[in-house]
Design a protein around this ligand. Structure first.
Ligand SMILES: [Ca+2]
Ligand SMILES: [Ca+2]
Ligand SMILES: [Ca+2]
Length: 596
């Protein structure tokens, strides 16, 4: 299955020609010197050439059109645009490359790297240039495969409108290495100081690599430009020396098979409403390499994540999930080691700070009764239990503070306030760790003090069994609650949270959720044996600490083992919950980890 998918991926990559495509910002700059060797190439333009574009061999004098079929490079040249086979020339000292056609449209034709449009531009000496008597603009593809080079050469050009300039330079594109060189011949300049752009942009104006003048540093002391508007100063004291080479080296392509490294997660576990970020580490890279994140809920069966094709990814979770990244280079793939991210109990995930309120006797008032008829939950005459400045109480999941509710059943929920209050209740039916607007009950907008208000609640039939929370809030009637106020900081009243257990009676009857797990020994020091129940087939075992956070998770298959040995040496002493889940039910047992 995986092999088929990777073959498919490879086929797609080949069809879409993504073999090249490195960001030009990753190109390495090297300064060198050589003996300037003018070429005799295909001459285009004439002594009147000024702002012309050359995008079609059928128009050797060029013109204003910025796009066309282009001029053949003569070999495949890998660039940010991918595998390029044609180029076009702007008489103003720059070229553009493309595949099948070229488009030199540009919002800044004289300083083309500053463009806010277009891309794939290579500028050797860009400004408003013009030809003069004795000027030549020509190109040639030299050498033999696989070591050919395209040379585009300007001879005796000048700043437009100036007399006394003689600019000689070449832009060279190399087959195989995909390197780019700017080679400068004899350059002389009249008294007018100016600026040129030297460098390149990739697929868009944010991917650039260009040179910048330091004050007075001249052409042999340029630095990498921080902005795509950077320029190199050109005047009589700052000229490129004859034979100066600026080389921009494309990074070497990826190597097959790639080294996939490891996936690293930003958290061991997250709440249902929080994003987790997974990042690839310790991996080999290079142009031509592709990335595909995959996820799994059992660390065994993997599915690609749509759109997760860079070296990092983030998302929310519906269950404990493993993440890995499959790297592909030249048809060979490798998967990183996986990172597991647990899903926290939703009961750990609610907003519990900055809720405000004020229920001090003598000031506003409090929630004095919460009851769900037909269940043990009745919290009567509770008064104001919150401390001053923190009018929030999270009641324990025991005795009369909790209830088990059945999917599809209806219950009467009753709340009584000690003052003229708004009364709101939220129940996190979908157990996503958030009191959503659809989970709001509006009990009263103006409760009579010490008179109870009731509402009928119906447990949705689709609930996923497990623990969840109910939030009860009141505040002054003059400050109304609405569905969005589950976490609002209030100036009056009280907030009370209760843990509820949601159960699906159709599942309970057939799968015996009540059956406890058997753990031996318990307390345990080094390892504990978990007996797998008869009704269990395939699922996962988790160990949760006292706060409910998952500290261990592993896949379990009944057909491979009758019992599961859990290594608990790394756990600190204390009380834990071991939870065994499959697609139908979750069973748990208390585990005591004893000290050495
Ligand atoms: Ca011009
Ligand atoms: Ca109360
Ligand atoms: Ca919810």
């Amino acid at each position: 299955m995986i092999t088929f998918r990777l073959r498919l991926l490879l086929a797609v990559l080949l069809l879409t020609g993504l073999q090249a495509g490195a960001q030009v910002s990753t190109y390495l700059f090297v300064q060198d010197s050589t003996t300037y060797s003018p070429i005799n190439g295909m001459v285009i333009g004439d002594s009147l050439t000024d702002d012309q574009y050359f995008v079609d061999t059928a128009s050797p004098l060029g013109g204003p059109l910025t796009s066309g079929p282009g001029i053949p490079i003569g070999f495949t040249f890998g660039y940010a645009a991918g595998n390029c086979d044609v180029f076009g020339i702007s008489a103003n000292g720059w070229i553009g490359v493309g595949s099948g056609s070229v488009n030199l449209s540009n919002t800044a034709p004289y300083f083309p790297l500053s463009t806010t449009a277009g891309g794939n531009i290579i500028a050797g000496f860009a400004r408003n240039l013009a030809a003069q008597d004795g000027s030549r603009l020509e190109y040639a593809t030299l050498g033999t495969a696989p070591d050919r080079v395209l040379v585009v050469q300007w001879t005796n050009y000048r700043k437009r409108g100036n007399v006394g300039d003689a600019f000689n330079f070449q832009i060279r594109l190399y087959e195989g290495s995909n390197n780019i060189e700017f080679v400068y011949g004899p350059v002389s300049c009249n008294i007018n100081s100016s600026f040129v752009q030297v460098g390149m942009i990739g697929g868009n104006s944010s991917d650039f690599n260009l040179r910048a003048s330091l004050g007075g540093g001249g052409w042999t002391g340029t630095v990498s430009g921080v902005l795509n508007s950077a320029t190199v100063t050109l005047n009589q004291s700052e000229l490129p020396p004859d034979g100066l080479v600026f080389r921009f080296g494309a990074p070497p392509p990826c190597t097959a098979p790639p080294i996939a490294g490891n996936a690293s997660a930003s958290a061991v576990s997250v709440c249902p409403n929080n994003f987790v970020t997974v990042t690839l580490q310790n991996f080999s890279s290079g142009p031509g390499q592709s990335y595909q994140w995959e996820s799994s809920t059992d660390n065994l069966n993997w599915s690609p994540i749509v759109g997760a094709i860079s070296t990092a990814w983030n998302q929310t979770l519906l269950a404990t999930t493993w993440f890995r990244c499959v790297l592909t280079c030249d048809g060979q793939s490798a998967a990183s080691t996986a990172a597991m991210v647990g899903l926290n109990e939703p009961t750990l995930c609610y907003c519990t700070t900055n809720l405000g309120g004020n229920c001090d006797p003598g000031s506003y008032g409090f929630i004095d009764l919460v009851k769900i008829t037909g269940t043990p939950l009745i919290n009567d005459n509770s008064g104001c239990t919150g401390t001053i400045g923190l009018y929030y109480t999270d009641y324990p999941d025991t005795g009369n503070y909790t209830a088990t509710l059945l999917a599809g059943s209806s219950y009467t929920l009753t709340v009584r306030s000690s003052f003229n209050a708004n009364e709101s209740v939220w129940i996190d039916w979908d157990r996503n760790g958030t009191f959503d607007v659809t989970e709001w009950y509006d009990l009263s907008r103006s409760a009579t003090p010490n008179v109870a208000d009731s509402v009928t609640i119906t447990v949705p039939g689709w609930i996923i069994p497990g623990r969840t929370k109910m939030r009860v809030r009141n505040r002054l009637a003059s400050a109304p609650n609405s569905a969005i106020d589950a976490c609002t900081q209030m100036a009056s009243g009280e907030t009370e949270d209760y843990t509820l257990t949601l159960e699906d009676p159709t599942r309970i009857s057939s799968f015996q959720v009540g059956v406890a797990l058997e753990l031996f020994p318990n307390p345990a020091r080094q390892q504990v044996e978990l007996r797998l129940p008869d009704t269990f087939l395939t699922g996962q075992v988790e160990i949760l600490d006292f706060s409910g956070r998952i500290v261990f998770c592993s896949r379990v298959e009944k057909n491979k083992e009758e019992s599961k040995l859990l290594d608990v040496r790394s756990l600190s002493s204390g009380i834990y919950v071991v939870r065994l889940s499959d697609q139908y039910a979750s069973r748990s047992a208390r585990l005591v980890k004893s000290g050495e």
